[in-house]
Ligand binder design. Structure first.
Ligand code: FES
Ligand SMILES: [Fe+2]
Length: 359
């Protein structure tokens, strides 16, 4: 069954630097099943349209920027920045209502956010908290990746970090204590906050060579997960202390933020925009570069796991799945998502299906 996506939500359409003033910077995306084209106006504002010309459904992303507007380069219809057609070559009249759907857009923390639902409900206050690369207090490195999986698999992956013990031994995990950590969960109106301490673990594979043999760390993970699948984590590491509850009694080694937005393209793929970097106070030469490249490597490890898992889930959707203790986070986050989807379904004046009409 095709995935129904949340409509009244901000979806990340990428890093701001991709949508630049260049002639060719016309960016095509698929977001929550919709084709979207983005470009930047001369005054700096970003425009997002449905990437589908109302004439014959040509890709507007194959079009041409003209001032504030965009021209379809199949038969030349020109649309202004509100999506209204203002020229049809070969005729002097324009049928009333000739326009392309325009989506609300907001830039925040160097991410470009697109609202896929009712424009009247597009509250920028619903955009998740993040720390972007322009933040003067942090050295944030950015990247992105396309993954052929359903976004629910990404939610499960990010809401349960026990997998880092097994999937990421050479990058961001490895110690089996990550499988045994006890998380504190707080369900929020649009997501899940998670906090956990992992005490006295070996430094992860990517940085182990920087520490003396046998070094141990206390790690604190503070995560804000919001729909559709935005995942913001403050990651702090301390030299292992003696405290068994609350803050570590060790010395702070690094203080970092990793900000991750997973945008479902359709049922079978996501675009993943992510970053990681250290505070300027705890940076040492090359640290944030190392964190950034480590995340590229780690997400390649996740990509291989999640793509193979997605193929199997599609082959046998009927199979009953086993539940284990570490599924608690994914179950809670998917519960929030499904609750919001159900609320949206209940309030939307959706046309009745053929099945409902017959009933
Ligand atoms: S399809 Fe766009 S102008 Fe014809
Ligand atoms: Fe992972």
């Amino acid at each position: 069954m095709a995935e129904i996506f949340l409509q009244n939500a901000w979806y990340c359409a990428g890093w701001d630097y991709e949508i630049h003033q260049g002639r060719k910077a016309i960016v095509a995306r698929k977001i929550a099943g919709e084709r979207v084209v983005l470009y930047r106006k001369p005054d700096g504002g970003v425009i997002a349209f449905e990437d589908r010309c109302p004439h014959r459904q040509a890709a507007l992303s194959h079009g041409r920027k003209e001032g504030d507007g965009l021209r379809c380069m199949y038969h030349g219809l020109k649309f202004n920045s509100a999506g209204v057609c203002e020229e049809i070559p070969g005729q002097t009249t324009i049928p009333a209502g000739t326009c392309v759907r325009a989506f609300p857009v907001v830039e925040k923390d160097n991410w470009v956010w697109v609202w896929m639902g009712d424009p009247a409900k597009a509250d920028p206050g619903l955009i998740c908290f993040a720390v972007g690369p322009d933040d003067p207090n942090w050295n944030i490195r950015t990247s992105q990746m396309h993954v052929e999986t359903n976004y629910r698999r990404e939610i499960e992956n990010l809401a349960d970090l026990s997998h880092i013990a097994w999937v990421h031994p050479q990058t961001v995990g490895g110690d089996r204590k990550y499988s045994e950590m006890k998380s504190h969960y707080e369900i929020t109106p649009r997501g899940l906050n998670t906090r956990c301490w992992v005490r006295s673990v070996a430094p992860t594979g990517a940085v182990a060579h920087l520490f003396p043999e046998g070094a141990k760390l206390d790690i604190c993970l503070d995560i804000q997960h919001t729909v559709p699948c935005n995942w913001i984590m403050r990651f702090r590491a301390f030299t292992a202390g003696t405290a068994t509850v609350g803050e570590s009694s060790g010395q702070m080694v690094v203080d970092t933020w990793t900000c991750q937005a997973v945008t479902p393209c359709d049922d079978d793929s996501v675009d993943y925009y992510y970053s990681w970097g250290a505070s300027k106070e705890t940076e040492f030469p090359g640290l944030s570069d190392l964190l950034g490249s480590t995340l590229d490597e780690a997400f390649e490890e996740d990509r291989i796991m999640l793509e193979a898992q997605h193929q199997r889930r599609k082959e046998r959707p009927d199979l009953k799945l086993l539940n284990i203790a570490n599924d608690a986070g994914p179950v809670k986050m998917l519960w929030v998502l499904d609750k919001l989807l159900e609320e949206e379904r209940a309030t939307a004046s959706l046309p009745m299906s053929a099945h409902e009409r017959q009933a």
